[in-house]
Design a protein around this ligand. Structure first.
Ligand SMILES: *Cc1c(COP(=O)(O)O)cnc(C)c1O
Length: 389
């Protein structure tokens, strides 16, 4: 029976392991014993065996993989120790020296670095294009292009990528597409349904949902999983059984949390937009978002990140953060607690002032990663801070 997401996050993994417990067991073991020599030989031969050696697989990994494949609509999934573990294992599987790859001008910063610094160091050619223009991807494709890396919505300005348009172009040219779906979650956006071959997640964010674990997920076909798995076990970014278990626990409530977070973020974005001390608000669910039509086509909800700027400059943005009483001033997103950052302050550590200016990040920009608190408390807090600003 095909379950809806709310049901499958609770039930999809019941038959994956033969635990007799109702709650999943943690299987805190680095290695697993065979009954006899024949079974040991068999265990050693089967890729992704869930009970051989935990770097290769673990029963808790199997449960998470089952739920994630169902949520994203792919044949299977792999789990890694972090989102970057998923990005690295995937990207490094599909290129060799002399190949060309395409990315967006705006990606999660470490993804940009992996492509811009590491892939180039291994003689892979890399082109970054403006994600808002599908035709720019077509123009960038060459005979030796191996994949297009996508991410939507993307930091720091919540620009969207038209997944259906770009995957159609990629297919014409036989180019693989990979999309980082961390910001949207499979509840708000299913890239595979729109033609994307491989869907990646930092499960550290919404999937885990409690700011207490670091993990990554790769959703793909069986054939792709077999190839990526070989890279993954060689790189060694292995998800610990405990973090896999916490992720499993987080996934049970993902649809409820995302539903609440979508509603909270939409209401917060509308409140901010109506306030005279606010300069701009960028949120895919607002009619004023430059790609609102695309958001309506490819997303079911706007997700939890609201990018906005207060009138003034660096100092006003910094002061606004200090006046907020509810959200914690911390990086990351997707957990039950609301977090807020002064965007320029976070990027300043890793970018020169020139790079900051080129990336289009205003000095008064802020990012509010909405949690599951009551919306009236979130709004009242923002309004009191704006009042005192
Ligand atoms: C956080 C994040 C990553 C990296 O994930 P880690 O779990 O921190 O390694 C990759 N992509 C996006 C969009 C992210 O937000």
């Amino acid at each position: 029976m095909a379950y809806r997401p709310e049901t499958l996050v609770v039930h999809a993994d019941y038959d994956v392991t033969d635990d007799k417990t109702v709650a999943p067991s943690i299987h805190y073991s680095a290695t697993f014993k065979a009954a006899d020599a024949a079974e040991f030989a068999e265990m050693s031969e089967i890729p992704q065996h869930p009970r051989n050696y935990t770097r290769y697989g673990n029963p808790v990994h199997e449960r998470v993989k089952k739920i994630m494949a169902e949520l994203e609509g792919t044949e299977t999934a792999l789990v890694t120790a972090s989102g970057m573990g998923a990005v690295a294992a995937t990207l490094l599987t599909f290129v060799e020296a002399g190949d060309h790859v395409i990315g967006q001008t705006s990606h999660y910063m470490s993804t940009t670095r992996l492509m811009d610094e590491m892939l180039r160091r291994f003689s892979v050619e890399v082109t970054f294009v403006e994600q808002g223009d599908p035709e720019a991807f077509r123009r960038a494709i060459r005979a030796n292009t191996k994949f297009i890396m996508l991410e939507t919505p993307a930091n720091p300005l919540l620009t969207l990528t038209d997944l259906a348009a770009i995957t159609a172009i990629a297919r014409e040219h036989g180019v693989l597409t990979i999309a980082d779906n961390t910001f949207a979650t499979p509840l708000n956006q299913r890239p595979h349904d729109l033609g994307v071959d491989i869907v990646l997640h930092s499960a550290t964010k919404y999937l885990g949902g409690h700011h207490d674990l670091t993990a990554g997920v790769i959703c793909c076909s069986h054939e792709q999983a077999e190839r990526i798995w070989k890279t993954h076990i060689t790189l060694g970014a292995v998800l610990s059984p405990m973090d896999a278990w916490l992720l499993l626990r987080g996934l049970r409530t993902l649809p409820m949390r995302v539903e609440r977070i979508n509603a909270n973020a939409q209401a917060l974005a509308e409140t901010l937009e109506a306030h005279p001390k606010i300069e701009t608000v960028l949120y895919p669910g607002l009619a004023s978002h430059p790609q609102h039509e695309l958001a309506r086509r490819q997303m079911r909800g706007g997700s939890g990140i609201v990018a906005f700027s207060v009138k003034g400059g660096y100092a006003e943005a910094e002061r606004f953060v200090s006046l907020l009483e509810l959200p914690l001033n911390a990086a990351s997103l997707g957990g039950v607690d609301s977090l807020v950052i002064h965007t320029a302050a976070m990027w300043a550590g890793t970018m020169t002032p020139e790079q900051m200016a080129a990336s289009g990040i205003p000095l008064n920009a802020l990012r509010y990663a909405v949690g599951v608190e009551h919306i009236d408390d979130i709004k009242a807090d923002v309004l009191q801070a704006l009042e005192r600003l």
